[in-house]
Design a protein around this ligand. Structure first.
Ligand code: BES
Ligand code: ZN
Length: 638
């Protein structure tokens, strides 16, 4: 097995504290068990798996993407590592139809699907009878939560259907029966058969770039991931897809009609990878490509290994929103290499990544741009604290205590991103950049291809950076940052020196309504800052003057359009409704969609009637991630 050298190398590099964690878990072959933590803080309440008893080490999929029935059907063959006396293995499933399970010799294995709930799905318990390979014949449900099946009309080209998956946090169990827990890393391979004319891409290495003719018609594409990954990182997209190379190991996938604009927007992809490597060490995943999805993709981006999935709403035409690429690329270290052991440790993925993202932006575009983005993130953090119910709310802790009955998706907020990044910046400033960078590099090496808990990180930083320095310990307050709510007093705030002019313009415009006080030359981040600083409830004349001068109501820059609409809706500006309708029907990115519907619903009958009308039309085009949030906001009854 190819993964052994990687794991052995990672284990050899492990620090004392990490090695202790590992030692507790080694029951059989250390090469495969080494990366499952069984400490109490590593228990994942969002998975039914009992990895100490039996765990999946490898997943082999052989699936047909059936666009007529909107289901994935075929087999998943799982390699299992089990304790000598293990009788059973428990897998995660959600709405799967299981036809039968056999062992490696074709002998039937008894199984039972437990009770299902709307968040976790159902446990699938398989009696092992000594088997170490299970072959599960199954199909997904037409409404599988991870999958979105698009009609041709929902694509850029309008001629071919499209399918994509979104696994994070716990959605992949709706199309892959495995142990869907971020702490249970698995290698995988897949054969995906799609209708003639379509291409399948996955978050692994392509074994047949053009696919092969399938027996029953269509084409079969083969992918493989021989580095163990968290199962939420297995991803698939199928459509009329084309590729354009940007550098020796980078390129863009998208529908033909959006390829050129996407390739131009992300033209600096290779440079991003180099900038990231210069900070924290070699990129370990081979290729780094970006797939630009149809507009219903519910996130800005998703860090699927080797193939970031990205929303087309960042293709602004002027590269102004490329920090998204810095972010998803950074996850190749924080998240994909060192992975949150449970969703309570989500900040280890997103906080590290947001900090890393800003460092990449600084190295690519300079301090001025990085400072603007960090300053906007500070405001976002303050807003997130308010939204969580204030600085005493447990939802403002970095380490979360998500209960079983809570959808992890709801607990995973912007706090993880911006408080997490602020924490790391605070450490950076206390110890100096050089020392902190060296520490982070070591952290990624020591913990590569392993899950990490918040407590594990604290042990690592104490062992390798703080090293018993009592004054530093006192100054950093790392436990306070990780386990207490609110923003600690020692938080380092980055201020952009470009923003005071925007704040002044906003204040003066609110006062005078005089368009001449607004600087005409602004970059996107300055415009966003200006709009966000304007008081809510601005007069219709004021809004009309702004729109007349700067055409915000029809802006093609999604961030500007969003900030403008948040302002204009809160001010009950009539022309905002038509613009909101068009925007909300043009994309399904939850970060834009959910706040806009919330803003509409807060505006009495004026906004609520519009929200219901717009949602009724837009909802069929949204992914389950987005409808799952917005249904509650607009009180949708299906
Ligand atoms: N991994 C996240 C997306 C995610 C988080 C999916 C939680 C499911 C559950 C991704 O890296 C991300 O953070 N995307 C951001 C963009 C980024 C620039 C902050 C987004 O989608 O807005
Ligand atoms: Zn992220």
């Amino acid at each position: 097995m190819r993964l052994i050298p990687i794991l052995l190398a990672a284990t050899a590099l492990a620090s004392c504290s990490a090695a202790e964690n590992i030692a507790e878990n080694v029951t059989a072959d250390p090469a495969t068990v080494a990366n499952v933590l069984t400490t109490p803080d590593a228990k994942d309440v969002h998975s039914y798996a009992i990895p100490a008893e039996a765990r999946v080490t490898h997943v082999a999929l052989d699936l047909v993407a059936d666009f007529d029935r909107k289901v994935m059907r075929g087999t998943a063959t799982l390699d299992v590592q089990a304790a000598a006396d293990a009788q059973k293995i428990v897998l995660d499933t959600r709405d799967l139809k299981i036809a039968g399970i056999t062992d490696q010799d074709g002998k039937t294995l008894p199984f039972k699907t437990g009770a299902s709930d709307g968040i976790h799905g159902a446990p699938l318990t398989v009696q092992l009878n000594g088997a170490r390979k299970l072959r599960i014949a199954y199909e997904s449900a037409p409404g599988a939560a991870a999958l979105q099946w698009l009609d041709p009309s929902q694509t850029a080209g309008k001629k071919h259907p499209y399918l994509f998956s979104q696994g994070q946090a716990i959605l992949n169990r709706s199309w892959i029966p495995t142990q869907d827990s971020p702490g249970i890393r698995q290698t995988w391979e897949a054969r995906i058969t799609v209708p003639q004319g379509l291409t399948a891409v996955m978050s692994g290495e392509a074994k047949s770039a053009l696919g092969e003719e399938a027996e029953g018609g269509g084409r079969t594409f083969t992918y493989e991931m021989d580095q163990p990954v968290a199962p939420y990182l297995i991803a698939l997209a199928v459509g009329d897809l084309r590729f354009q190379a940007l550098g020796p190991r980078t390129g863009i996938w998208s529908e033909p009609s959006t390829l050129e604009a996407s390739a131009r927007e992300f033209g600096e992809l290779e440079k991003f990878v180099k900038a990231a490597e210069a900070l924290y060490g070699p990129y370990r995943w081979g290729r780094y490509d970006v797939l630009v999805l149809p507009p219903s993709f519910p996130f800005g981006g998703m860090e699927n290994p080797r193939l970031t999935f990205a929303t087309p709403t960042v293709v602004a035409g002027d590269r102004s929103l490329v920090s998204l690429i810095a972010h998803e690329l950074a996850h190749s270290w924080s998240g994909n290499l060192v992975t949150n052991a449970t969703w309570n440790d989500f900040w280890l993925n997103e906080g590290f990544t947001s900090y890393f993202e800003n460092r990449i932006m600084e190295s690519m575009y300079g301090k001025r741009r990085a400072a603007m983005e960090a300053d906007l993130a500070w405001t976002a953090m303050e807003d997130a604290v308010k939204e969580a119910g204030g600085p005493a709310s447990p939802d403002t802790q970095l380490h979360l205590n998500l209960a079983f009955d809570r959808d992890p998706d709801a607990g995973m907020t912007q706090i993880a991103y911006d408080k997490g990044a602020t924490f790391l910046r605070t450490i950076e400033q206390a110890v100096g950049r050089e020392r902190f960078d060296a520490y982070l590099r070591g952290y990624f090496d020591r913990n590569a291809f392993q899950p990490q808990t918040s407590a594990g990180f604290l042990r690592d930083i104490r062992a390798n950076l703080i090293k018993g320095d009592a004054a530093l310990e006192q100054r950093l307050q790392v436990d306070r940052w990780v386990y207490q709510p609110g923003i600690p007093e020692n938080a380092v705030r980055v201020r952009s020196d470009a923003f005071p002019a925007m704040d002044k313009a906003a204040a003066e415009f609110a006062e005078s309504g005089d368009i001449a006080v607004v600087p005409a030359k602004r970059v996107t981040q300055e415009t966003v800052r200006f709009l966000d600083q304007l008081p809510r409830g601005l007069s219709a004349e004021g809004l009309a003057a702004l729109d007349g001068a700067f055409k915000f109501n029809s802006s093609g820059n999604s961030e500007v359009r969003f900030s403008w609409l948040m302002l204009a809706i809160s001010s009950r500006y009539p022309p905002a409704l038509e613009s909101a309708d068009a925007f909300l029907n043009s994309m399904g990115r939850r970060k834009f969609v959910a706040p806009l519907f919330t803003a509409l619903m807060a505006q009495g009958e004026w906004g609520q009637a519009a929200a219901k009308r717009i949602y009724a039309r837009a909802r069929p085009g949204y992914h389950s991630v987005t409808t799952g949030t917005v249904d509650g906001i607009v009180g949708w009854k299906g």
